[in-house]
Design a protein around this ligand. Structure first.
Ligand code: PXL
Length: 280
């Protein structure tokens, strides 16, 4: 019997810079899942830190891919969306989820659009409102603090936050999404950073050591690892803990490339560790 789980992964392909599909595909495949990409755009590099990148929007490919898959009765255990290539893709994501989400399908939406207090190149307030609206379709959302602030109209705080600030943010997010919430980039002390998880009733915090470097793509490494752990049956908190520990491991393997943060983390060198963490 084929009991391998299947994931639809809807993100861009940034051909260089280690984020979105070039992170999600290898991590989720290594974790044992069939991972079917729906590329939202093809870029020569991601948009954070490189200049002169190419961008080919693939909005017109999403429904043809979805319709073909539907015609051959493909089913997914998870639908995982991230960086979308256009405003229209927000509606297409809703359509895709309606077409493929069944009773046991885990719908994870990472509202990729901002970090460190600012929107990524190409995104605007209208997109933020559309993404906040899309989040209602999710069983789990994985915003960072900046994305959470934009979607809930909350002032962004740089550096450490207070528990009250985070609780307020999570509460506002829970009015956008009735599912679970994993808020990343939470820090109450200078030397620790991690995530707040909300399972619909209580908030929990998981922290790891804060390394004073910020590599691009770690949000995608986090969300992909979180999904892998959840699909392997770990609890929400344990899955967030695995994702944090894995990112720390990846950053430690990348520290000698200081000054090239936009090239991402060397997660490929840590896959054996990931499999140990996932107990597979
Ligand atoms: O990692 C987030 C991300 C994904 N895809 C593209 C990006 C970014 C962040 O800048 O530019 C194309």
């Amino acid at each position: 019997m084929n009991n391998q789980k299947k994931i639809a992964a809807i993100h861009d392909i940034s051909c260089l810079g280690k984020c979105s599909l070039t992170v999600a595909l290898p991590l989720l495949s290594s974790a044992g899942f069939e991972t079917c990409p729906v590329p939202t755009a093809v870029l020569s590099t991601h948009t954070g830190g490189f200049t002169g990148f190419t961008f080919k929007d693939l909005t017109d490919q999403i429904m043809p891919i979805a319709n073909h898959w539907k015609s051959i009765d493909v089913k997914f255990d998870a639908i995982y969306s991230g960086y979308l290539g256009s405003f229209e893709q927000l509606d297409l994501m809703e359509k895709f989820i309606n077409m493929f989400s069944e009773k046991n399908t885990l719908v994870m939406i990472d509202p990729v659009m901002a970090d460190q207090g600012v929107l990524y190149s190409g995104f605007d307030k209208k997109f933020v409102t559309g993404m906040a609206n899309l989040c209602r379709m999710a069983d789990i959302i994985v915003p960072n603090i900046t994305e959470a602030c934009f979607m809930t109209d909350t002032p962004y705080i740089d550096g450490v936050q207070t528990p009250q600030y985070i609780e307020n943010l999570v509460k506002k997010l829970s009015s956008l999404c009735e599912g679970k919430i994993v808020l990343t980039g939470v820090s109450f002390e200078e030397d620790k950073i991690g995530a707040a998880t909300f399972d619909g009733s209580s908030i929990n915090y998981i922290f790891g050591k804060k390394l004073n470097v910020a590599y691009h793509g770690t949000g995608d490494v986090f969300a992909s690892t979180l999904l892998a752990a959840l699909l392997h049956g770990f609890s929400l908190e344990k899955s967030a803990g695995i994702a944090i520990d894995f990112i720390i491991e990846c950053i430690l393997r990348t520290m000698d490339t200081v000054g090239k943060a936009h090239y991402g983390v060397n997660f490929e060198l840590c896959i054996r560790t990931l499999l140990d963490m996932l107990e597979i």
